[in-house]
Design a protein around this ligand. Structure first.
Ligand code: ZN
Ligand code: MN
Length: 475
């Protein structure tokens, strides 16, 4: 029997505002000690009042627009009541029936097809604190209380662990692209719970689902979902039943453990937050926010294919990250020639520099204009390809222009026939054994001969000319 999985993801996204959602405490405490970024508001002291951070609404609205969601002209905050030691107020300020945005979707390209993953709604809320066990004591850190979050729940639209992982990869790309979150799963900027059920392929019913919590990397999401699909199929195969468990992923043992059963919505006793006004997203404010919405990754990818004639593979890599795709476009404009040639230099050589330095493209001293200049120097025959590649690092390290470096370091290609001939003759005179082997038929030695000339001319020789001269003189 063939089964298919039905998967929905609940994601919590930490917005990268500088302060928290209802007070002026610093939002990001990753590098700070416990309980250093807290105040009476975010620790729920009596008599304090929350004040909404405007930037949270703006970043949330930008994300909603990028997710094709309908921004609501009026939204409200509500109290979600539950007791837990990391929640000092005894309730979380969230949005319930009147969220910031409703509906929406994200297109997820997959191997040979595309999946449109719907979301029900997008709402704003505050994060809770963190508890941990240390030296037999229960410790609480309130730094994360009041950190702004967006919660988005997808429809049951994903059909495999790989599709769920692909959704998260595209969501992370989008969040970074529009600049609303660092989206680093390891740091908890992007958190994900997965709802999983299985059914016989072709069936239309939804079977009982389980919820997987505590997965904090994309690989963990993939592994945990696959484990749970296998378990449910095994259970159905032996005639068993699936119960609506909440499961916790244990990264160390790569296993799922049953947690306490989850509260139902009624248990939360939602009601309007009386200390906050409704959010009126006026047309003027909305237009001002949406003016910052950039061309999105998949649209840009399609344009790179259409406008520049790039293969899909190149276009996908070049739009993986916004800074890189901006860099590519600037370099193409400065170069004026075949965009594919710029793509090759970028994906082969500049990508290496990015990986080695941990920088993003826009941070390199090798600007797009300098990259274009180097390719043009190679095209014009002023420098050979080797020197051109070496120039990338030299420009990036010194910040000097390629032309300046060619001049000051004497990097121009040696293509003067007389000069190369002299060196070629010298190599032949110094290498009687290799000459003999070559003449006896070992033509593969040609590369070695040309290499010797390169060595003597500090890599600046016109390799083609040297090759032709060897062929002529060794005949
Ligand atoms: Zn605070
Ligand atoms: Mn939530």
């Amino acid at each position: 029997m063939e089964y298919e999985a039905i998967i929905g993801l609940e994601t919590h996204i930490q917005l990268n505002t500088s302060s928290k959602i209802f007070c002026s405490c610093k939002a990001d405490s990753w590098f700070d000690g416990p309980n250093t970024n807290i105040c009476p508001v975010c620790t729920g002291m009596p008599g304090v009042l929350p004040v909404l951070n405007k930037a949270v609404v703006e970043k949330g609205a930008l994300l909603a627009a990028a997710m094709n969601a309908d921004l609501q002209p009026v939204s409200y905050f509500d109290r979600k009541n539950y007791f837990y030691p990391d929640l000092p107020k005894g309730y979380q300020i969230s949005q319930y029936d009147r969220p910031l945005a409703k509906g929406g979707w994200l297109e997820v390209p997959l191997d040979g097809y595309q999946r449109r993953v719907g979301i029900w709604k997008l709402h704003l809320e505050e994060d809770a604190g963190k508890t941990k066990n240390e030296n037999g004591q229960r410790m609480i850190d309130f730094n994360r209380c009041g950190v702004p979050l967006v919660e988005m729940v997808t429809g049951p639209d994903l059909r495999s662990a790989d599709e769920a992982a692909a959704y998260l990869i595209r969501l992370r790309q989008l969040l970074r692209w529009i600049g609303v979150s660092e989206a680093d799963m390891e740091k908890g900027h992007l958190r994900c719970d997965a709802n999983v059920s299985v059914r016989l392929k072709g069936s239309e019913t939804f079977n009982t689902k389980t919820e997987i919590k505590n997965v904090n990397s994309i690989e963990a999401v993939r592994a945990a979902i696959n484990k749970e699909i296998e378990r449910q199929v095994r259970e159905y195969e032996r005639g068993g039943k699936i119960e609506a468990w909440t499961l916790e992923w244990d990264e160390d043992t790569q296993t799922l453990k049953k947690m306490r059963s989850k509260e139902t919505e009624a248990d939360y006793r939602y009601f309007r937050e009386p200390d906050l006004l409704p959010v009126h997203l006026t047309e003027a404010w909305k237009s001002a926010i949406l003016a910052d919405l950039p061309e999105l990754p998949l649209a840009r990818k399609a344009r790179f294919i259409g406008e520049y004639g790039l293969p899909e593979y190149d276009a996908d890599l070049l739009t993986a990250e916004r800074s890189l795709s901006d860099y590519f476009e600037s370099a193409v404009k400065a170069y004026g020639g075949d965009p594919k040639r710029v793509s090759n230099w970028l994906l082969n050589d500049v990508m290496r520099m990015l990986n080695e330095s941990g920088k993003i493209a826009g941070e390199l001293s090798l600007t797009p204009a300098y990259l274009a200049e180097i390719i043009k120097l190679v095209d014009a025959g002023t420098v050979n390809t080797n020197t051109g590649k070496a120039l990338l690092d030299k420009v990036n390290e010194s910040g000097k222009s390629p032309a300046q470096l060619v001049e000051s370091e004497g990097l121009a290609k040696v293509s003067d026939a007389g000069a190369i001939r002299a060196v070629v003759e010298q190599v032949i005179a110094e290498s009687p054994a290799e000459v003999e082997s070559y003449r006896a038929g070992k033509v593969g030695l040609m590369g070695w001969f040309v290499g010797q000339v390169m060595k003597k001319l500090q890599g600046k020789a016109d390799a083609q000319k040297a090759r032709e001269l060897f062929e002529e003189l060794l005949k």
